[in-house]
Design a protein around this ligand. Structure first.
Ligand code: NDP
Length: 334
């Protein structure tokens, strides 16, 4: 990553460095691990780490000139840590490089279940999956039969939130930015309905069409004009889980929200959350989701770019909706 980014990120904000070297042995006395990176995860928050440091931000800014840092799946080549040994498959925060020395092993997980695609640990079984789980079950207080709306619904987090809500017996509608994504929502993820927000000049009218009786739960991934339209359509005692606001990440000055008075009229609870507070639930989450995957009750769509050099384009593609499903970068098959 070259320098702090303002506005839309570009491929030229990053470059591939072919000259680095790393000793494939953990330094004497270190309790870190050396890994070979297999899959890297492209996540919207990574854009926020390319901003000049601002106080109050959850994600710390990266240092210009340093490798991009993000979630990934990797294989341990050498370990100075008692919990990890050579040959273990792991997921957690790693570098956008072929090999990494990892010294911060907080929130680093050993992969125990390998009868699923390994790339799933960047998505459904990794950070985005935990986000969907914590956001839906811990923040939304969902009940059977409630009316649920999800924005950016075909993405890494949204596709799973919608399937959780369907399994609970909710009425579920999602928005996404293309016909292909809308078809996925309806046909693959079995949402009750879906619409392309780019073809809806009046989002309030669109939401009234899909939710004539209003929305009980809004899973917020985009912010901006969608949030404003949702506020006009919430039901009394509705809940809004604020997961992300991707429409705001590339703006120097975030847009204002105009309809907050409706939070009072409808007694709406709006709650932000970050996944980092919920990793203690990871085993419980796996116990829920793994059987559903095995039985085909939950499906997951990934968009896999091949090769480390495809990383910059894949990452910036998130901000124009080029990814169809969870965006992953394949570095190496083991
Ligand atoms: P996605 O896989 O959904 O990818 C991003 C998608 O955002 C794009 O494909 C695009 O889809 C949509 N998008 C891009 N720009 C805009 C825009 N201007 N307006 C509306 N939609 C836009 O990402 P994730 O599922 O990984 O993340 C979803 C949200 O969850 C993000 O806001 C992210 O920051 C947040 N998040 C929060 C976490 C937390 O701990 N709170 C953890 C993980 C993620 P489309 O074609 O539909 O426009």
């Amino acid at each position: 990553f070259n320098d702090y980014v303002s506005g839309f990120p570009k491929e030229s904000d990053m470059h591939v460095n072919v000259s680095g070297t790393i000793k494939l042995k953990v330094p004497e006395g270190s309790n870190g691990i050396i890994v070979k990176n297999l899959y890297l995860s492209c996540d919207p928050y990574m854009r926020n780490r390319m901003k000049k440091p601002v106080s109050g931000s959850v994600a710390n800014s990266l240092k210009p000139g340093s490798p991009i840092v993000g979630y990934g799946v990797a294989k341990v080549l050498d370990s100075g840590h008692p919990n990890f040994k050579k040959g273990d498959l792991v997921w957690g925060t790693t570098g956008w490089e072929e090999y990494s020395l990892i010294t911060d092993l907080q929130n680093f997980f050993k992969i125990q279940h390998t009868d699923v695609p390994l790339s799933y640990y960047t998505g459904i079984l990794g950070m985005p999956g935990m986000t969907a789980y914590a956001g839906f079950y811990e923040i939304c207080s969902p009940k059977k039969g409630e009316h649920v709306f999800i924005s950016s619904a075909s993405g890494a987090v949204g596709q799973l939130v919608g399937q959780f809500a369907k399994l609970l017996g909710c009425y579920v509608v999602g928005s996404a930015g293309s016909k292909e994504k809308v078809d996925l929502l309806k046909n693959k993820f079995k949402f009750d309905d879906a619409f392309n927000y780019k073809e809806e000049p009046d989002l309030d009218a669109a939401l009234k069409r899909y939710f004539p009786e209003g929305i009980d739960i809004y899973f917020e991934n985009v912010g901006g004009r969608m949030l404003d339209a949702v506020l006009l359509n919430m039901r009394v005692h509705g809940r809004i889980a604020v997961c992300g606001m991707i429409s705001q990440y590339n703006l120097d000055k975030p847009e204002g929200v105009h309809n907050l008075m409706h939070v009072i009229y409808k007694r709406v609870r709006i709650q932000g959350f970050t996944v980092f507070d919920y990793y203690h639930l990871y085993t419980k989450f796996l116990d829920l989701v793994l059987p559903h995957i095995a039985e085909g009750k939950i499906v997951y769509v990934e968009d896999i770019a091949e090769g480390l050099e495809s990383g910059p384009a894949a990452l910036i593609g998130l901000f124009s909706g080029l990814n169809v499903g969870k965006q992953v970068v394949l570095v190496s098959h083991e």
